[in-house]
Structures are given as structure tokens and as C-alpha cells.
Design a protein around this ligand. Sequence first.
Ligand code: CUA
Length: 186
Amino acid sequence: MSDQHSAAHAAEQAETRWVWIVAAIIALLLGMMAYMSLHWITMPPQRMETVNPGTLHLAGEFVEANLGSATEADGSITVRLVGSQYSFTPQCVVVPADTPIVIRATSADVVHGFSVTGTNVNVNLVPGYVSTFHAHFQKTGDHTMPCHEFCGIGHAAMWAHVKVVDKDTYARLAQKQGRLSCAEHS
Ligand code: CUA
């Protein structure tokens, strides 16, 4: 009888110990959530940029004439893109190989996204925000750039091209026009 009693007591002690361990883990997780929420409130990500999706076509960085690839003073390329139901502007992006590239993009309506096949380029486009992505294409070639966020009935047909050309070809093209795209040849 007393053996049974002490066994039951030991089991109860073990259970109590585990209750406290589980409670401690839950408290730690809740504490982490509370800390991170407060942390993000007081220190929002510094690189977050906003833009008015309703006036993209009227003024500012994302007017149509400013879309496409631009050469910066340091030789890097900035590619500006807009996604809207159901296409990207420009429809064909031309960039030089072996060059640092910054993609700046946003959406005119709903959430879109794109990836560039065969590369690590993967960007989400959220209306109201500017998405920035740093890319570097090693080799020349053509890639497809499908929208990868479901954005409505035309989602599956929403995609663009990316054409990576060698530096000399790009430099020649860049002399002719300020903002480059290959949309007319696509
Ligand atoms: Cu745009 Cu899916």
C-alpha cells in the first residue's frame, strides 16, 4: 500500500515538474512575441518606403517614362517596374550581365509578385510600398518573369521577360535612350 502510494506521489511530482516546464516554454514564447511586437512598433524597418498607388502614373518615380533600366553614376543599374492586373510594365526588362542591379518595384492595384526563372530574384509587390531587390546576373540569356501571387482571374497570364545581354551590348543600347526596356521586341 505504501509502495503504491509513493509511486503515485513520484508520478505526481513528475507531472507537476512538466507542467512548470511547459508553462515556462509558453511564457518564453509569449515573451518573445511581446518583445518583438514592441520592438517593431518603436523601431520600424528603416528601409520601408511608401508610395501612393493611386497616382503612380501621374507623378514621381514610377511614371511610365521612368520605368525600365537606368544606368546610375556608379555604373550600377536600377530597374523600375510596376505590376498591375494583369501585366508588368515594362513587359520586357533588359539588363547587362555581371553588373550590380537594383530592382525597385511596386503595384498599382493588388498584391503581385515575381520571380525570374533560373535566378534567386523573387520580389513581392504590395500596393503602397516600394520593394527593393539586389540582383546580379552572371550570364547572358533570356528568362521569364511570372507573377507568383494570385492576383485575380488573369494571374496565370501575367508575366514578363528578362533579357540579360553582355555589357557592351547594353552600353550601346543605353546610348540611344535614357530608360531601357526590350518591350517592343518581345
Ligand atoms: Cu499578378 Cu498574379
